[in-house]
Design a protein around this ligand. Structure first.
Ligand SMILES: Cc1ncc(COP(=O)(O)O)c(C=O)c1O
Length: 362
């Protein structure tokens, strides 16, 4: 048996929607983009969604719209994809790395309190692997210190915090529609979602050269637009997302039951609805286990083997960063095993069985 880590869903409905765009003659920022933005905003429980070229672009344009710039600091977890940090550097600000909570792998609110300085302008929690960060204490620190909260929701489409969907909790939130995500546009794509009409309007201009009219521009902007093919696919994928997230949760239950006594399985806090963008186990024998699974035809990945604060791109710019205990320990132990809504029961059994086989006698 060969089992990939993820499979991108495709059907005739999606292909037909793409063909309709090709025949329409409208390709960029037109009716389908507007329709997808409306539907995605509704899904997140916010007033505005602005679709952009990628999740990274969503973070970059959010920071620009909030006027975060040189001299400012943004607090982020280091246990994330590097795209959480790069846009902060791109606007000229400084990422300040904070350790994670050992249960959820998301930013530790207590550590945020200690990292706030006079230069801090925003906190960017990451809803990592599909589990929401503990937002109430984060919003509390933000309120007391007059900071923005920008959710990096690139891995958490449909995840909930105390009954509210991620994306609608902070001041602004950023999503990615990259192919491996819980929903995709079959290419790069992203969205900024917010209840703040002014921020939404600014992102709308910034993504399109600062345009206010056909050839009138009142901001120095970029070309980070979204296209009609992406929107047509996004509309179809969004319809299926709630069902897919339930399927992911069922697969996670099966894995939990099969693997709980062998490895550390993911936690779902009582206040959270986890959407298992990734199903991540932890083991001190991670590297050996990964090799064993690979030899059994099972694809796995490590998200992420080198934390952001230890990446050469960061240390060469910012110097050696302070140690982050949980982050550095977990980077050596985490392993993402196959997870996608179309994974069959026999595939889950095969993966679980192989992991059991690996630990037998060890
Ligand atoms: C946590 C996180 N932030 C940001 C991004 C950036 O998204 P994109 O790849 O669409 O630019 C990703 C995507 O992988 C991500 O996982």
């Amino acid at each position: 048996m060969k089992i990939p880590l993820v499979k991108v869903y495709m059907d005739d409905g999606i292909k037909k929607a793409v063909m309709e765009v090709l025949d329409s003659g409208w390709y960029i920022l037109h009716e389908r983009v507007q329709e997808f933005e409306k539907k995605f905003a509704e899904f997140c429980g916010v007033k505005n969604a602005v679709c952009v070229a990628s999740g990274t672009a969503a973070i970059f344009l959010s920071l620009k719209a909030l006027d975060i710039k040189h001299g400012d600091e943004v607090i982020i977890p280091s246990f994330s994809f590097i795209a959480t940090a790069n846009p902060i550097l791109e606007v000229g600000a400084k990422p300040v790395f904070v350790d994670i909570d050992p249960r959820t792998y998301t930013i530790d609110p207590e550590k945020i309190r200690k990292a706030v300085t006079k230069k801090t302008k925003a906190i960017m929690p990451v809803h990592l692997y599909g589990h929401p960060a503990d937002m109430d204490p984060i919003l509390d620190v933000a309120k007391k210190n007059d900071l923005y909260v920008v959710e990096d929701a690139c891995q958490s489409h449909g995840a909930e915090y105390k009954g509210r969907r991620t994306g609608g909790i902070g001041h602004v939130a950023c999503f990615s529609f990259y192919p491996s995500k819980n929903m995709t546009v079959c290419g790069d794509g992203g969205a900024v979602v917010t209840n703040d009409a002014e921020v939404a309007e600014k992102v709308r201009k910034l993504r399109d050269h600062g345009r206010v009219d056909k050839y009138i521009f009142d901001l120095q902007g970029y070309n980070l637009r979204f296209n009609e093919i992406q929107a047509a696919i996004g509309i179809k994928q969004l319809e299926k997302l709630p069902r897919w997230n339930e399927a992911r949760r069922n697969i996670a239950k099966m894995y939990n039951k099969a693997l709980d006594d062998l490895v550390t399985t993911p936690t779902e806090e009582s206040w959270a609805k986890h959407v298992y963008h990734l199903y991540v186990i932890r083991s001190k024998k991670r590297d050996e286990l990964q090799k064993f699974l690979s030899n059994s035809g099972i694809s796995t990945l490590v998200h992420y083997p080198v934390p952001i604060h230890e990446q050469p791109a960061i240390t060469s710019l910012m110097g050696t960063q302070p140690t982050l205990g949980n982050t550095e320990k977990f980077a050596k132990e985490v392993l993402s095993i196959p997870m996608c809504p179309t994974l069959t029961v026999s595939e889950v059994d095969y993966v679980s069985g192989k992991i059991r086989e690996f630990f037998k006698g060890r």
